[in-house]
Design a protein around this ligand. Structure first.
Ligand code: HDE
Length: 741
């Protein structure tokens, strides 16, 4: 054996003289080019040449996990073709064992989600208030967004009445910035210590694990009625915001107040807002319930289809900017209280950049499931405040990923890898994929040339802002300014239109009607009385209970019109129009109809009596029946156009019985009647031309609000398009008159 050269310079017997502690960065150590840890690589799993990416499927033949080619993956190795499986069957054991471990724990909240890739482009307008490079003018930064529901399990319906997560990972040059927000600008609780309580309350009951993905049950209403700081958030959930039409049509909010730090060290406080280009829209409660049965993947499908069709969803990122004062208050609102908003009429949202989602995921598990957001992921120029909810989140997210993703190295998963160079001194641990070079993962060191060096001021380090800490004592308490639990719930309710208020009242009545405990209903009615006596009255009437007297009179509030979803017009990109055709349709005219809808940027979907060759005979070779009377359901259409008569199909086996029963009193196919009835109740635009007009006359909708006809297809389509930017035919919703202003 040759003598081993001691590795440590300067140690006894070493050929190398001792080294002084280096004072300037030297050499590429670590990371070296072949060190395959987190690096400047794409999170997409696309070939980049790093060893991890070579692990992606490649080559012509089926192999084992270590690359040996396989001849047969259908039969296990047995002692004779009727004998027992041999322990020796390495392929069997590898395949089954890997399968046995395919699942990871789902997220404790926000388990059901959908993700997409995109790009964020800064407008430069925030550069004077933040040194973060991501905001610089025309700077483009890759992003990954995950939308989610909160309560349900991974396989639950997209259309539960719930808050939606809106989490964005910005892969900036200066490190990854995660803006982990929701579609509702306030939260249930003011102190992170209560998060397990609110989550335990809203999750299914522990004895029977029901109900799934619902807040309409006793434990949730028990919690929010006892814990009145939750009332504001709950009001948003009961409003249409709790059942969005699409992820593309939701606002997003950072909720907490953050601190931005400018190049000169000056600071401002901000609240982040995502504003969707398509506006904020919701489904109706009836739609939500049908969707949960007919298409539980409604939001996931909508997002993926829109991106695939090139109708890329867009949001503007904006900030409300506040002076960074000592008390961190604005107009009597405590900016550290996450149950409060600052109305946009008081402080407008200033746009600072635009996000476009332009690429679907390649692999749901690798990207959407393994993505790990973390509010700790901040970049120079963006910092946190003392919001007690945010402070708690800074601990929780890092912690949860260790269980969910099986160890501390989840940042090395492709979707989580920063696009900035990483040079940390974190080592080893479960699922370590980096091959770190060097012998000195500690500081200071002289053995690895002093690497890695601390960043001097000029090289854009993250500097914790030296915010003053209030002189105080240790205590478990919140400031008095957090004590008002009702005035902003009232502000929100009073800002809604009459129809939206009716929906809120119906949602409360439904949810409380599903509670078994009378005491819980009564307690919640008391909270409603403190917020809005008329609302309390209407809900109490619906429940058949007396109205409680409010302890104090409701606060005087100035409504914020920006909180209502009604009264404005929005672009129609990617909206879906169902075109109902019958056996005598004029294929030439239909072709023109399809073209006009398409040219307006909408998706035309032909609904024919049946599919296959029958549809080709009806429509000719150039048109396709995307839906049939059997497979079409109101929920997927934003408007419906009836192009011809729709007599019942002669063949009852054609699905008639399974959907609506076979009776056809009015001579219209009952599945078409069902469709029109639902579309009518859901207040969507309806149009007709030619014999389609007779269908609307027979079904009784012709003279109704938001029903249009044209002498020909062209005119009917135009009329329909004129109605759609308002999202719904609002006057069609029935109202009690009790919320009329
Ligand atoms: Fe979360 N939250 N949260 N949350 N949250 C999680 O982290 C937590 C809160 C939000 O698509 C978990 O990775 C605490 C507010 C989103 O992967 C967990 C508190 C807001 C997502 C966690 C809150 C959010 C999560 C579960 C109270 C809006 C999904 C899995 C202090 C501003 C992210 C995970 C994704 C996920 C903890 C409150 C948004 C357990 C302790 C407020 C969008 O760590």
């Amino acid at each position: 054996m040759p003598d081993k050269q001691p590795r440590i310079p300067g140690s006894p017997g070493s050929a190398t003289p001792p080294v002084a502690e280096p004072t300037t960065p030297a050499g590429p150590l670590p990371p070296s080019p072949d060190q395959s840890g987190p690096a400047t690589v794409s999170p997409t799993g696309q070939e980049t040449g790093t060893p991890q990416d070579k692990m992606a499927q490649g080559g012509k033949f089926l192999t084992t996990a270590h690359g040996a080619r396989l001849k047969d993956s259908d039969h296990s190795l047995k002692a004779g073709n009727r004998g027992p499986i041999l322990l020796q069957d390495h392929h069997f054991r590898e395949k089954i064992s890997h399968f046995d471990h395919e699942r990871i724990p789902e997220r404790v909240v926000h388990a059901r989600g959908s993700g997409a890739h995109g790009v964020f482009r800064g407008y430069g307008t925030a550069s004077k208030i933040s040194r973060a490079g991501v905001f610089a003018q025309d700077k483009e930064t890759e992003v990954f967004v995950r939308f989610s529901t909160v309560v349900g399990s991974r396989g639950s319906s997209d259309l539960a009445r719930d808050t939606r997560g809106f989490a964005t990972k910005f892969y900036t040059d200066e490190g990854t910035w995660d803006l982990v927000g929701n579609n509702i600008p306030v939260f249930f609780i003011q102190d992170a210590l209560k998060f397990p309580d609110v989550v335990h309350a809203v999750k299914p009951h522990p004895d029977r694990e029901i109900p799934q993905a619902q807040s309409a049950h006793d434990t949730f209403w028990d919690f929010v009625s006892l814990h009145t700081e939750a009332q504001h958030h709950t009001m948003w959930n009961m409003a249409d915001r709790g059942i969005p039409r699409s992820y593309r049509m939701m606002e997003g909010f950072g909720i907490h107040t953050f601190r931005l730090i400018a190049q000169d060290g000056s600071t401002v406080l901000v609240k982040f807002h995502w504003k969707p280009k398509l506006g904020v829209h919701s489904v109706t409660w009836e739609e939500a319930q049908i969707i949960s049965g007919a298409d539980p993947d409604f939001h996931r499908r909508d997002l993926a289809d829109a991106i695939e069709a090139g109708a890329f969803p867009e949001w503007e990122l904006g900030v409300q900017v506040f002076e960074d004062t000592e008390d961190q208050m604005f107009a009597g609102i405590d900016l550290l209280d996450p149950t409060k908003i600052v109305p946009e009429e008081l402080v407008p949202v200033e746009p600072i950049g635009k996000m476009t989602l332009n690429r679907n995921t390649t692999n749901f598990f690798a990207e959407t499931e393994q993505v790990a957001f973390n509010p700790n992921n901040l970049v120079p120029g963006i910092d946190v405040t003392n919001d007690p909810l945010l402070q708690g989140r800074l601990f929780s997210y890092l912690d949860t990923q260790i269980t969910r993703l099986g160890g501390p190295n989840w940042n090395q998963l492709p979707i989580n890898r920063p696009h900035a160079a990483v040079n940390d001194m974190l080592r080893d641990g479960m699922h370590q994929t980096a091959v770190h070079a060097g012998v000195a993962p500690y500081r200071p060191n002289s053995l690895d040339g002093g690497n890695p060096f601390e960043t001097p001021d000029g090289d854009r380090p993250f500097i914790d802002h030296p915010a003053p800490v209030p002189a105080s004592v240790k205590e478990r308490a919140l400031p008095a300014s957090f004590e008002d639990h009702f005035s902003q719930a009232r502000l929100f309710f009073q800002s809604l239109s009459e129809v939206e208020k009716e929906h809120v009242a119906q949602a409360y009545t439904f949810e409380l009607g599903k509670c078994y405990e009378q005491a819980i209903r009564e307690r919640q009615l008391k909270a409603l009385a403190a917020i809005d006596p008329t609302l309390a009255q209407v809900v109490a009437d619906g429940l058949g209970l007396p109205v409680p007297k409010p302890a104090e009179s409701p606060a005087d509030v100035v409504p914020s019109p920006a909180l209502s979803q009604v009264g404005r017009e929005w672009p129609l990109d990617g909206r879906q129009v169902g075109i109902v055709v019958g056996p005598d349709v004029d294929a030439g005219e239909l072709s023109g109809t399809v073209t006009s809808v398409h040219q307006a940027g909408l998706v035309p979907l032909i609904i024919a009596p049946s599919g296959g060759e029958a549809a080709t005979r009806l429509l000719g070779k150039d048109l396709v029946a995307q839906r049939t009377y059997l497979t079409a359901r109101s929920i997927e259409f934003d408007a419906v156009l009836v192009a011809s008569a729709t007599p019942p199909a002669p063949d009852a086996a054609n699905g008639l019985d399974s959907k609506v029963g076979a009776s056809t009193p009015d001579g219209i196919d009952p599945r078409v009647s069902l469709l029109l009835g639902e579309v009518w109740r859901q207040a969507k635009a309806i149009g007709a031309y030619g014999a389609g007009e007779d269908v609307l006359r027979t079904t009784g909708y012709l003279e109704g609000a938001g029903v249009v006809t044209g002498s020909g297809a062209e005119e009917a389509v135009q009329q329909l398009l004129n109605l759609m930017p308002a999202h719904r035919v609002w006057e069609r919703f029935p109202t009690t008159g009790r919320f009329a202003t």
